[in-house]
Design a protein around this ligand. Structure first.
Ligand code: GLC
Length: 668
């Protein structure tokens, strides 16, 4: 896409909406809070004077005169607000910032470069981190050409695809018909779930269960649920829906939102949105389509979707990597969107830790489950989103401080998680012998963890060569439950060291019967039972032991597992899990989740035809068959980030920096 030196609108299909776009770099010179408040006031002004509804609408025909905005640069010193019929997809970023492109993209540690449109994958080398055997893929050919289903590296050995071909041809031709039918069915269902707005695809509904009597909000487009759909479409060469989704949700970000007259921060992304059809004021029989976002103000429990903005940033980066269309992330409005999310996440608070402090249920687990504080899932997504932002943020005078903040936070966050969240046999033994009540800056047991907190199940459960990041860490409290999504994203983003990442997969393999069993994968392990269930979930009848968020099995976690396995050169583990899922998902009509300790039953209240189950399965298959594509979506260790200790104590000399001595442990 061409980036003109102003705000421009291309002749695409019409939507009526309010657009707020900033076109002068000096505007970004405002301190973040002032800038945020300014935008906030501006959006309030609009909501008061222009539109009384809190929803976006589309009804008008293309107004060709709109294109006259393009090239107009006379008033670029101000933030502009348009309320008109136009298409968000056509708004282009100003060159003021676009031209100073960040070079972090080229420093991205995904070693296969990004232009997917370049189909020439004749000879691609995917390098490993220092402690990981390099996977060398020689001469990747298209699966159809070879008549095989995929590439797997059994035993983690370097693999020549020609040798692999002979071994798998017989088995695959046997399976091929069955497999392709299931995939065909999945594609059909995925396409049926697509939601259109003004004639353009903008997302997928959460579930399309034909028998569902109580839709709740499953007919909405959830930001987090759309990720695997986006991935399936992108990997299938269908980028339009993803681009539309990114731009429409960006519009919703800057909209006014209130819960009982209180407004959360400006960068918040909605949990979900719905396309509604409403009668046009004064228009006889005329209707308009409107986008109606939910920022948690209607959600069960009024949970704030902290993860939405993080997923949005991660998807934006994936879109660029897979399509090669970097113009999208360079647009001024998109850059502003990234900055607003970052401002919200990086804002100063009372917190002592680099981890994000959130309420219960602020992510995929969006009900009370005792995950308030600093849950791993949010930290791993936060780390991933920061790494994405580091690649995507345009660097100039007005962003250099933000970029520095991002770098500092990345460095502090990875240290904190690697040092304090990691448990393996050795660490548990250390905790078992901890001294408590240590008042000093040199304390070993910094968080005053009482050894009796080590749960009985853990002592026998932890494998000899495995380990994992615990679910949460607070003063005097470690939540030892294993949360799958957070651990998988720690691998994908290299939040963990390569040894730790290896350890997580070792543990999943060793504890396969607990974490995978009959359906991949447990959302967390173990379930809360008896008094713990009563006190921690508040006696939630949906989260009974081994059901739903409380130890249920969620097939949508499969694509993230696949990505982690490919990264760690263990695709055979992913293959095992996908085979399991494939045997049941279609037969069971693609449920949202499974119940019981082994994942034997379809979940008590599980929706059928759940979109992220379907899309997660499809993405897993495609990723496994295209490891070169997968490599665009994960990160290796960034040694630059580990180099600098940003600790102010170095300068003041009042105290000594505690990171120094611990460093050797962390850099393994
Ligand atoms: C449930 C899940 C949540 C998901 C939503 C839509 O609320 O807990 O993670 O986004 O359903 O599928």
């Amino acid at each position: 896409m061409n980036s003109s030196g102003s705000v421009g609108i291309s002749a695409m299909k019409p939507c009526c909406r309010i657009l707020i776009s900033c076109t002068n770099s000096s505007f970004f010179g405002y301190p973040p809070r002032k800038f945020t408040r300014f935008l906030h006031n501006l959006s309030k002004l609009h909501s008061d004077s222009v539109q009384s509804r809190r929803i976006f609408g589309c009804s008008c025909p293309i107004d060709s005169r709109r294109s006259s905005f393009s090239g107009s640069s006379s008033n670029l010193g101000q933030c502009r607000a348009f309320w008109s019929c136009c298409n968000v997809v056509g708004i282009r970023g100003g060159s003021v910032i676009v031209n100073v492109a960040s070079d972090f993209r080229s420093h991205s540690t995904s070693t296969v470069d990004s232009n997917v449109n370049d189909k020439n994958f004749e000879r691609i080398y995917v390098q490993g981190g220092i402690n990981v055997k390099p996977l060398v893929i020689e001469r990747i050919e298209r699966a159809e050409d070879l008549g095989i289903e995929g590439v797997s590296s059994e035993n983690g050995l370097n693999l020549n695809i020609e040798e692999f071909k002979d071994l798998t041809e017989v088995e695959n031709s046997r399976k091929k018909k069955e497999v392709s039918e299931i995939e065909k069915e999945a594609w059909g269902l995925l396409r049926n779930s697509v939601v259109n707005y003004c004639g353009n695809p903008v997302g997928t509904v959460a579930a399309n269960d034909p028998a569902d009597k109580q839709l709740l909000n499953y007919d909405q487009v959830f930001i987090r649920d759309f990720f695997p759909s986006a991935l399936a479409f992108l990997l299938n060469g269908e980028a339009e829906i993803v681009k539309n989704f990114l731009l429409h949700t960006l519009q919703l970000q800057s909209w006014e939102k209130t819960v009982d007259c209180y407004s959360p921060g400006q960068g918040l992304m909605p949990a979900s949105f719905k396309v509604r059809t409403v009668p046009l004021d004064g228009g006889e029989g005329a209707f308009e389509e409107v986008l109606d976002p939910d920022f948690g103000e209607a959600a069960i429990g009024r949970v704030a979707p902290v993860d939405s903005g993080l997923w949005w940033i991660i998807l934006l980066r994936a879109y660029g990597k897979i399509t090669g269309d970097y113009a999208l992330q360079q647009r001024v409005d998109v850059q502003t969107g990234i900055r607003l999310i970052l401002n919200l996440c990086l804002a100063d608070g009372f917190d002592m830790f680099p981890t994000l402090l959130v309420t219960d249920g602020s992510c995929m687990i969006d009900r009370r489950m005792g995950i308030h504080g600093h849950p791993l899932e949010i930290q791993a997504l936060f780390y991933s989103a920061l790494r994405c932002s580091r690649e995507m943020l345009t660097v100039n005078d007005s962003t250099k401080n933000l970029v520095m903040e991002v770098n500092n936070r990345l460095s502090a966050l990875s240290f904190h998680i690697r040092e304090y969240y990691w448990v393996d046999l050795k660490k548990i033994n250390e905790i078992y012998r901890y001294k408590t009540e240590e008042y000093s800056t040199d304390a070993i047991n910094k968080f005053n963890i009482y050894p009796d907190q080590i749960p009985c199940w853990l002592v026998d459960w932890i494998s000899d060569d495995g380990g994992y990041f615990i679910g949460n860490l607070q003063p005097a409290h470690m939540d030892f439950r294993f949360f799958t999504l957070g651990n998988l994203w720690s691998i994908i983003s290299s939040l963990g060291t390569s040894r730790q990442n290896e350890g997580i997969l070792n543990l999943i393999e060793a504890k396969w019967d607990d974490l995978v069993a009959q359906m991949p994968l447990k959302i967390c392990f173990p379930a809360l039972e008896y008094d713990e269930w009563r006190i921690i979930t508040g006696s939630d009848p949906k989260n009974t032991p081994w059901s739903y968020h409380n130890g249920g099995s969620w097939p949508t976690l499969l694509w993230q597992f696949t990505l982690a396995c490919i990264k760690m050169r263990r695709p055979e583990l992913a293959r095992r899990a996908i085979d399991l899922a494939e045997k049941r998902l279609s037969v069971d009509q693609w449920p949202e989740y499974y119940d019981t300790r082994n994942g034997r039953f379809i979940g008590k209240q599980a929706r059928l035809h759940q979109t992220w189950t379907i899309a997660g399965f499809l993405s897993s298959k495609i990723l496994l068959n295209n490891p070169e594509m997968a490599s665009l979506l994960f990160w290796e260790e960034d040694y630059e980030l580990l180099e600098t200790c940003v600790c102010a104590l170095n300068k003041t000399r009042r105290n000594k920096c505690s990171r120094g001595p611990a460093r050797s442990k962390v850099l393994v």
